[in-house]
Design a protein around this ligand. Sequence first.
Ligand code: EPU
Length: 331
Amino acid sequence: MQIQENISLLPHNTFRMDVRARYWAEYGSTDELRDLLQRFADIPKLFIGQGSNLLFTKDYDGIILHSSMARARAVNETRDEVYIEAQSGLVLDQLIEQLCDMNLYGLENLSHIPGETGAAAVQNVGAYGTEAKDAISEVQALDTTTLQPCTLTHADCHFGYRDSVFKHEAAGRYVITSVTFRLSKQAVCHLDYGNLREALPANPTPTDIRNAVIRIRQSKLPEVSQTGSAGSFFKNPVVAQETADTLLSKHPAMPYYKQTDGIKIPAAWLIEQAGCKRLTAGDAGVYEHQPLVIVNRGNATPDNVMRLAQMIQERVEEQFGISLQREVIYI
Ligand code: EPU
């Protein structure tokens, strides 16, 4: 276990906000986690992975906890499937690379998404037609009320679009220690999103799909190792059919996707049409290849990012009557 005091969070958030935390702790086992919860019972706590989906809005006056448990192992195998339990601190993309090398299908569309396995379940990360929930079988956690390990079934997790029970009813109650994924030995591919299929040979392997997804992502999204960002800043709004019809009568070229719960409109399109592509606030700017992403062009402050996000929300609201919801979490 490692505990540090008054540390810079600059290396711990992909937006590269230069703020500080009162304490930072790494835990390498459930016992160490339990110890930390007892020792720091009275101060605010925040669990993070790579800090790739959050914006630190100011210094954090509490303890930030990070799992350094990063192993994966097969826990069950049937004729068609393999169940892999991956610990919370394992970098998601490293896990996906290993699964692709094993020729297992299920997570390859999520290649190159920044972040770690535990956070991927909290956020139900998604890309190119699949979401983490599609492959999650169950989640192992430490219950902070009893300090006992427990298992949450897929149904217990209440997964939704970039959403789960861990962001709502159970926020603060469970600390995810590992996630069990159900992977397929047979080709079960999701290639219908955008131009993914065109980029692939017939009968693609998981590695073919992974490589194509990485190429597409690199052409649209900033590399967090080079440019500070937290991926999509807003969620794509889902509106009622009537709202979409009204908008389509005014904007016949508006792209839209039918969902079970309504009509999904690309926030990127709304932001571009609302004239926000060149908006800046200090060093915070809209990413030129994908306006859904806010980038830190150098020394953006949390205030710059929040101001820019608010300007975008106001312009989209004014022009389309749609209130964009943040995907990025403000801390
Ligand atoms: N578009 C524009 N202008 C642009 C760029 C895009 O109008 O400059 C419109 C186009 O109509 C395009 C549509 O936006 O067809 C969708 O764009 P894209 O396929 O790039 O995906 P997205 O909806 O912007 C979502 C996820 C991404 C994920 C991609 C691919 C959300 C909030 N974002 O973006 O996830 O990688 O689909 O599946 O759902 C993330 O969550 O951080 C993230 C990057």
